[in-house]
Design a protein around this ligand. Sequence first.
Ligand SMILES: C[S@@+](CC[C@H](N)C(=O)[O-])C[C@H]1O[C@@H](n2cnc3c(N)ncnc32)[C@H](O)[C@@H]1O
Length: 181
Amino acid sequence: MDRLLFLRKFIDEPRKIGSLTPSSSFLAKRMMKNLPWQNFSHVAELGAGTGTFTEQIIERKPTACKCLVVEQDFGMRQMLEEKFPTLQFDSYAEDLYNTLHAIHFPQLDCVISGLPFANMDQDLRREIIDNVYRSLKPGGFFVMFQYSLQMRRMLREYFPAVQTDYFLLNFPPAFVYLCRK
Ligand SMILES: C[S@@+](CC[C@H](N)C(=O)[O-])C[C@H]1O[C@@H](n2cnc3c(N)ncnc32)[C@H](O)[C@@H]1O
């Protein structure tokens, strides 16, 4: 079901969706690795799609930890709202910083992203990374994946620590970026 919905959305808006299928569960688990989940009180997910990463976040986060899920597609967001009624939702990653204020979230411990940066223009990329950086508390984590190393330079302008790993158990294989503020 999720794959079909995802494919339909990709056919409608290929650049915004950015991939033919949801990420593999292997990649989702890899994205969550090496993070101190037990210490997290507020986290956000950007570009949630059909919820492959959301499911993994729910499994790991402490019960009291609040999670904001951001997805621009109305249909997918509606599906996620029904599936995960305890989470909070918003539409645009580029509004992250203002959204946190509006919903009374403090700065975040961690942001997980599935956004298709490769399909965005440079201004939108910067706007989103700027929002992520300002939304994180000092020491906060930003984890994202891309199919290239294209974003490394911009991330290094913001984050003192940027680590990249090539992960083969996904189609296509992906680079996982782990950044720390
Ligand atoms: C490559 S899909 C990843 C979906 C899911 N995280 C996964 O890995 O299977 C990218 C998602 O980002 C969403 N997206 C694209 N631009 C966005 C934006 N500016 N704000 C919020 N979501 C966005 C798309 O609608 C799509 O669902």
